[in-house]
Design a protein around this ligand. Sequence first.
Ligand code: MRU
Length: 325
Amino acid sequence: MPRTIDWVDDRIEVVDQTVLPSVRVLALGTLDELVSAIRLLVVRGAPALGVAGALGVALAARGPGASEPELLAGAERLAQARPTAANLAWGVRQALAAWPHGPDAVLAAALRIRDEDIRSCRSIGAHGADLLRSLLPGRAALRLHTHCNAGALACVEWGTALGVVRSLHAAGGVDYVVVGETRPLLQGARITALELAEAGIRHRVVVDGAGPSIVAHGLVDAVLVGADRIAANGDVANKIGTYPLALAAARAGVPFLVAAPRSTVDLATPDGAAIVIEDRDADEVLVHQGRRVTPLGSTAWNPAFDVTPADLVTAVVTEDGIWRP
Ligand code: MRU
């Protein structure tokens, strides 16, 4: 699999996540193309969005005759392309901070964010694997449940929650992974299952509604997810369907771990109630694979994320170790 997102020949190359498990790489040469790719989820996942935000500012800064007002307006449009993942606006801000030193400095800052993401994921993987082994001593190989895709394809490489799975698997510590399919766009079924299959990790895909009862039936030892924004009090926004898994895990006494880089922790947002939840197009729910599945006249709600209160979270694993609000 190529890198999820990279800077190649003065353009941003991304693995098109809308067609996975088929693999197609797209080269994005303008800010408009990038903003549209982010809105359509061609590039997605909080850490990958952070890198996209930074590289997008570099793209705009290097454009012919880029003026400061244009750059600032473009950066704002980019930062707002998706509201929930903290990393997007964070990546934009980090790259913009280098603008006084010129376009090459902006690109260098963006490439540092790309490289830092790779290092962070490796550390998150190692810290998460250590934590799971200490929380669940005496179990040689763990049964894990994950939701959406918090893998290499949501980052630059390796992944956050799936980075933990990969690190554990490298030491023979994974029995199987239960993957929530993640309606409506199937990031679990299409993307996480692909990553696990390529890594040779045993897995089963389940419909989202099955997840909580699978936890309740004692079929998993821990639930492990990524995050789009973590508020200062530790409340966690992640893909819709995460909160029911956290409730089920608490009820069953099973650890519920969140794996995310520090750039996902937003200390300016006091709690989950202050997190803006992206409301996506109703057609993502009403239409499936090009066919309308509901009667004409039915409408839908399509919140892309939910908020899991901090008291349901056993631990937040970051590149620096365990983060406590
Ligand atoms: O709508 P998406 O696919 O961008 O949502 C992604 C998620 O919810 C992930 O779990 C989260 O961004 C963490 S990715 C390491």
